[in-house]
Design a binder for this molecule. Structure first.
Ligand code: ACM
Length: 550
């Protein structure tokens, strides 16, 4: 029997720990579960996860005062996602949350206290349960939006891998999955009224291998999409883990896959859109949507199905992209120019803004909130819209000062496609060097922001763009361990970056790597990539100055 890990090995770090005290006890076959109303998601999760890891039945408690029991309950006096975890000397673990989510985060902490074997799917050693040491942990998150964006468009991520990432997010107390579902290189969500979006738009013949300047191609055709039921399953699986899913349908740029499927969506008076196929390389693409009523109606149809699949309770926000929309085709298009004159919006930026405002109103009328990349600020932002600040802090600061909610995800800090060390060994190295320590020192609220504006920072998000991540192992490598540091930034009330205790975090990470090993995560080892994690000879584009623009 081992003793549980010191509470300071928790990742993310909790607010307060009292103890450890002398006494302790193991979970055993007689340990029961007592789940008060509202705690059913955690009850199910504990049975499925801890029950499997230790081969324990975790039967219902005879009554709520039973000893040798894990007791779950809600105390509305706590903040919604806050929890208190008491490991008491009389074989009782009590998890009290301010809401069902709070109870769930408390259960995640219990799993970490039990040790790395709690992260396996079946018992590996008879009697391997850890002695839980009596203590009290009080905890609550700094931000309500603790997000991870997965780009499932550049490389499709099979549904099982998405579900696995949701489990990994839950283990790190992250609570927003932003799914980047459409882009030039692929359309990944079934839309029943427009079947060619996936019949044509979900597949490409070949793929650029490495940075776009690389001469190499992967000639294996690539593609995939989520059916309506796949999406419902992802959304429900996330909801069971108190994770909300933000679907992103990118307009009016990043649309070549949609235009390849339905050429009439493009600027047909300036390009032969019937000749377009799903894009097979990377960068900013000139083929953008035409600013016509027909295109608006088409996308309203898309969003109707999206709203049906992502219910308002768990998906209050809908992301419409809005980034990187080159204006060359609109400048050359008589149709677009006539539209600018007819709408009286002045120029192409005004047209982009009109496009975004249309969907802002359309979503608001249906009880949802629009969120978009910070380019949606150009030309004026509709009331109620929120911004994902990716080109640094500036867009987020402008938006917050104007009273808009903001998710901070600056590419300079939390784009996890960027390489995590200097040197030749990083696979397909792109972007800035952003080490585990750099991510640990990321501060989502820019210094000097006035308190009223800072209150609009909903939180922060790490973005995983997958141009150079062709499979699950590559996604794991880029995402972990940095997502553990990011999770602590998002959850824990860390001091200012220069005062953060990196040594303590790294010490806790030695335990956390054992958890990631038990979970089968192909993280980047602290000493550098394993030989099979390298991609020798595949060109990247390491930059110190300019953004990478894969
Ligand atoms: C983005 O990275 N284009 C949002």
């Amino acid at each position: 029997m081992t003793r549980d890990t010191p509470a300071h090995d928790l990742v993310p770090a909790p607010v307060r720990v009292a103890g450890p005290y002398r006494s302790g006890f193991p979970l055993d076959r007689g340990t029961t579960l007592s789940a008060a109303p509202g705690t059913e998601t955690t009850e199910r999760w504990l049975r499925a996860v801890l029950g499997a890891a230790y081969g324990l039945p975790l039967r219902d408690a005879a009554d709520e005062d039973a000893t040798n029991s894990i007791r779950l309950r809600i105390d509305p006096g706590l903040a919604p996602e806050a929890y208190r975890l008491h490991v008491l000397s009389d074989h009782v673990v009590e998890i009290v949350g301010g809401s069902p989510a709070g109870v769930f985060w408390g259960a995640q902490t219990l799993r970490q206290l039990l040790g790395p074997d709690a992260f396996r799917r079946a018992p590996v050693r008879a009697g391997s349960q850890t002695l839980l040491v009596a203590r009290t942990i009080e905890d609550e998150p700094r931000f309500p939006w603790r997000g991870l964006m997965l780009d499932v468009a550049r490389h499709f991520m099979p549904k099982d891998d998405v579900l696995r990432q949701l489990d990994l997010m839950a283990a790190h107390k992250l609570n927003v999955l932003h799914l980047h579902l459409t882009d030039d290189q692929g359309w990944r969500i079934e839309i029943k009224r427009h079947p060619r979006l996936t019949e044509v738009g979900a597949w490409r013949a070949r793929t650029k291998w490495g940075h776009r300047a690389s001469p190499l191609w992967n000639e294996t055709p690539h593609g995939g999409f989520y059916t309506h039921d796949d999406i419902r399953e992802i959304v429900a699986y996330a909801a069971d883990r108190h994770i909300s899913v933000v679907p992103e349908i990118d307009v009016p740029g990043h649309s070549q896959a949609a235009i390849a499927a339905y050429p009439e969506l493009g600027n047909t008076d300036v390009v032969d859109t019937t000749a377009l196929s799903v894009w097979d390389t990377w960068g900013v693409n000139p083929n953008v949507l035409a600013p016509t009523e027909a295109v608006l109606r088409f996308y309203e149809g898309v969003f109707e199905e999206v709203l049906d699949l992502f219910p308002a309770e768990t998906s209050p926000f809908v992301h419409i992209g809005g980034d990187e929309c080159p204006k060359d085709q609109w400048k050359a298009s008589a149709t677009a120019q006539a539209r600018i004159a007819e709408l009286g919006v002045g120029d192409e930026d005004g047209l982009q803004s009109w496009f975004v405002r249309h969907f802002d109103r359309w979503l608001a009328d249906r009880g949802r909130r629009l969120i978009g990349w910070d380019e949606i600020l150009e030309g004026g932002l509709a009331e109620g819209a929120a911004v994902s600040s990716w080109r640094g802090y500036a867009g987020g600061v402008t938006a917050a000062e104007a009273g808009h909610d903001v998710v901070m995800c600056p590419e300079q800090q939390v784009y996890l496609d960027h390489r995590q060390a200097a040197g030749e060994d990083e696979p397909m190295p792109i972007g800035y060097v952003r080490t585990l320590a750099d991510v640990y020192r990321f501060e989502p609220v820019p210094p000097g922001l006035a308190p009223e504006a800072a209150a609009h920072i909903l939180g922060t998000q790490a973005n995983v763009w997958t141009e150079v991540m062709e499979n699950r192992a590559r996604v794991d490598y880029q995402t972990y361990p940095r997502l553990a540091a990011f999770a602590e930034v998002a959850w824990s009330r860390l001091p200012a970056p220069e005062e953060r205790d990196l040594a303590d975090f790294e010490r806790r990470m030695t335990t956390h790597y054992e958890r990631l090993d038990a979970l089968g995560v192909d993280y980047r080892p602290p000493g550098g990539p394993h030989p099979w994690q390298r991609r020798p000879g595949v060109r990247g584009r390491p930059l110190e100055g300019a953004p990478p623009n894969v």
